[in-house]
Ligand binder design. Structure first.
Ligand code: SPD
Length: 456
């Protein structure tokens, strides 16, 4: 057993003893590791732990067969990486900055101490101990002479290509009682923490690449058009139906992935869209990994400002915009201010007389309180008759049912004054995938329980 805090020479001595031990001949080597004083955040980060464990196996020379990891509530991670040469396993206690790790390898081609060194660095452990044991010492084992063991044909084994890694890792967007999980490949394409939030791009198995902010799904390649078409076209079409012209000057608050401006740019009559995104890392990550979403940043009509949208609207001149789209994150972190009366009062002032505002309104099922509060807040600012709630299917947001709130400064109605044929023509010409002229009106038809929530 190495004492806590064992450093270089002690480790070398241990490894030499180990060599002696190995001369005794055993089937496997098993190192039991205590990693202490680890980084607390990392100990609760299933993504980092899983990829570090897989890397630890690979750089030690092992062939990874599969990995399966679980993130406990409220915290802690357990997992195992099955390797052709045995396994690596972990259980963490983030509150103690502690990880209990087993490194068990067979054969001469894998060195479990390489895994040990890798994990020590990855977990930022400043105090550790390790105990190595021989497993299956051959001097006490007897190999049967005529024992016939039926060979197994593993599903993920190809005689030419070897084993195909099967990583069973999940990203979970959750509150205390509900969750939506997406399985991903284990590949983290982008991971940056900054003063605002943590920005990640993960490679999901069935939804393509995904943008996650903190632990929430923002968009995935497969279903992003639901959200981006619905946050844009009902409002653009409502404005155009009532005014007879396209909204020319549009402001987008948030929307750093670029999906909303992509939709806005589909209108030939648009003159300018200003986008104010607080976090440049979101824009950078999406330009690099989600180019089909972030496709319009070079459009000359787009004016990208990296800055605080709340402050921007506060300082914006009156009667400046035809449409304001609030494409923010959930009300935690920098998006909190996007759910306040002050912010919407400033938006109203910045809208032209016929202007319209649309904001993502959270979920009636997942965030019922925020959903109702935001609707009340907008009714307060714009008057009850001018605020309209839409629902749509958000397949990768928790509960799958998501809302948008539309607030109209002018005296028109998004359904009664809607010019269906023109909207239908637009949707066809632009090859939209979610929004169409029927869905426009249908989105404002609310289930009875939602009507009751909003009228109570
Ligand atoms: N829980 C997700 C809330 C939606 C946030 N906006 C998504 C950004 C997509 N442009």
């Amino acid at each position: 057993m190495l004492p806590p805090g064992a450093q270089g020479p002690i480790l070398t001595a241990a490894k030499n003893n180990l060599k002696k031990g190995r001369e005794m001949k055993a089937l496997g080597r098993h190192i039991l590791v205590e990693f202490l004083n680890c980084n607390h955040d990392i100990m609760n980060d299933v993504t980092v732990i899983e990829s570090s464990m897989v890397e630890a196996a690979q750089i030690a020379g092992a062939t990874v067969i599969n990995s399966t990891f679980h993130h406990f509530s409220p915290y802690g991670v357990s997992g195992v990486v099955v390797i052709q040469e045995s396994h690596l396993a972990i259980h963490t206690w983030p509150e103690y900055g502690y990880a209990a790790v087993d490194l068990f390898t067979c054969g001469d081609s894998v060195d479990p101490w390489v895994s040990f060194e890798h994990l020590k660095k990855a977990f930022q452990s400043s105090r550790y101990s390790a105990l190595e044991m021989n497993r299956g010492s051959t001097h006490i084992l007897k190999k049967g002479n005529n024992v016939q063991v039926k060979p197994n044909n593993a599903e993920n084994y190809d005689p030419k290509q070897g084993y195909k890694i099967n990583r069973n890792v999940w990203f979970t967007d959750k509150d205390e009682n509900q969750a939506l999980s997406l399985r991903y490949t284990g590949d983290v394409l982008f991971d940056e923490r900054n003063e605002f939030q943590r920005v990640r791009i993960l490679d999901s198995i069935s939804y393509g690449k995904m943008l996650a902010i903190d632990d929430m799904v923002m968009c995935t390649e497969r279903d992003e058009y639901h959200y981006h078409e619905m946050i844009t076209h009902p409002a653009m079409q409502a404005y155009e139906s009532a005014s007879g012209v396209t909204a020319k000057n549009v402001l987008v608050i948030g929307g750093g992935d670029g999906g909303t401006i992509r939709e806005v740019c589909k209108y030939a009559g648009l003159e300018k869209v200003t986008m104010v995104e607080i976090d440049e890392a979101v824009v950078r990550a999406c330009k690099q990994h989600l180019p089909a979403i972030a496709s319009q940043f070079n459009n000359p009509k787009v004016n990208l400002i990296i800055g605080d949208g709340i402050k921007f609207v506060k300082e914006a001149p009156a009667d400046a915009y035809d449409l304001i789209i609030v494409d923010g994150s959930d009300p935690a972190g920098p998006a909190e201010g996007l759910f306040t009366k002050d912010f919407y009062n400033n938006c109203k002032r910045a809208l032209k007389t016929n202007g319209v505002l649309v904001t993502q309104g959270e979920s009636p099922m997942f965030h019922s309180e925020t959903f109702v509060e935001l609707n009340k807040c907008l009714k307060n600012v714009f008057s009850a008759s001018q605020v309209h709630t839409m629902l749509f299917h958000a397949t990768t947001y928790p509960s799958g049912m998501w809302s948008l709130q539309m607030a109209i400064k002018g005296q028109y109605h998004p359904v009664k004054d809607f010019k269906k044929d023109a909207a239908g023509q637009f949707a066809k010409t632009k090859d939209l995938k979610y929004y169409n002229e029927e869905l426009h009106s249908a989105a404002f038809a609310l289930p009875t329980f939602v009507q009751k929530m909003l009228n109570s």
